[in-house]
Ligand binder design. Structure first.
Ligand code: PRP
Length: 179
């Protein structure tokens, strides 16, 4: 049972649904008539992104980008590398970056700069979770679902050694799993 890995539930399936619905309503207003390119940062954000765009009642397109920052380690290495680039051009497009979590901010600092360099018309960030205690880069999301404490969070896309992404809620991993 996956629940056996979890010390506590931080965001229940019902709270996730409500949070995403509210974000979707705000983003519907923001992006009405802008046909944004919604960029999902693989792999963690894919669960959030698919639910979020279905809560956005406006024209939009989706694309995917994969970058590495953590690998299987617990700490961000400080290095960001593109593993899969976008298929579409961002030039003159309104871009909404979708993340599952902002931790140190290194991943997003790199991606935002890259997209500005590629001449996007605008770049905004929506993140399901924000862990501000861990920030080392001056980066803030335009839209935040839930602020979380500095604990090892998993589920709904967030992994522990590539597993537990399919938990239907956000939970805190039991410390004995990684100590
Ligand atoms: C996680 C998360 C963010 C990033 C946040 O991705 O999805 O992209 O780390 O960390 P930062 O703010 O310290 O840069 P990860 O590299 O673990 O890949 P994954 O989404 O494929 O699990």
């Amino acid at each position: 049972m996956l629940d056996n890995y979890i010390a506590e539930v931080l965001v229940s399936p019902e709270e996730l649904k409500e949070t995403i619905q509210k974000l979707g309503e705000k983003l519907t207003v923001e992006y009405q008539d802008k046909n944004p390119l919604v960029i999902c940062i693989l792999k963690g954000a894919i669960f959030f992104m698919t639910d979020l765009v279905r809560a956005m009642n406006c024209d939009l397109e989706v694309d995917f980008m994969d970058v590495s920052s953590y690998g299987d380690a617990f700490e961000s290495s400080g290095q960001v590398r593109i593993l899969k680039d976008l298929d579409q051009s961002v030039k003159d497009r309104h871009i909404l970056i979708v993340e599952d979590i902002i931790d140190t901010g290194r991943t997003l600092a790199y991606i935002v700069e890259l997209l500005k360099h590629r001449q996007a018309a605008s770049v905004k960030i929506v993140t399901l979770l924000d862990k501000p205690e861990r920030r080392v880069m001056a980066i803030e999301a335009d839209y935040v679902g839930v602020e979380v404490p500095n604990k090892f969070v998993v589920g709904y896309g967030l992994d522990y050694k590539q597993g537990l992404r399919n938990l239907p809620y956000i939970g805190v991993l039991k410390p004995e799993m990684y100590e």
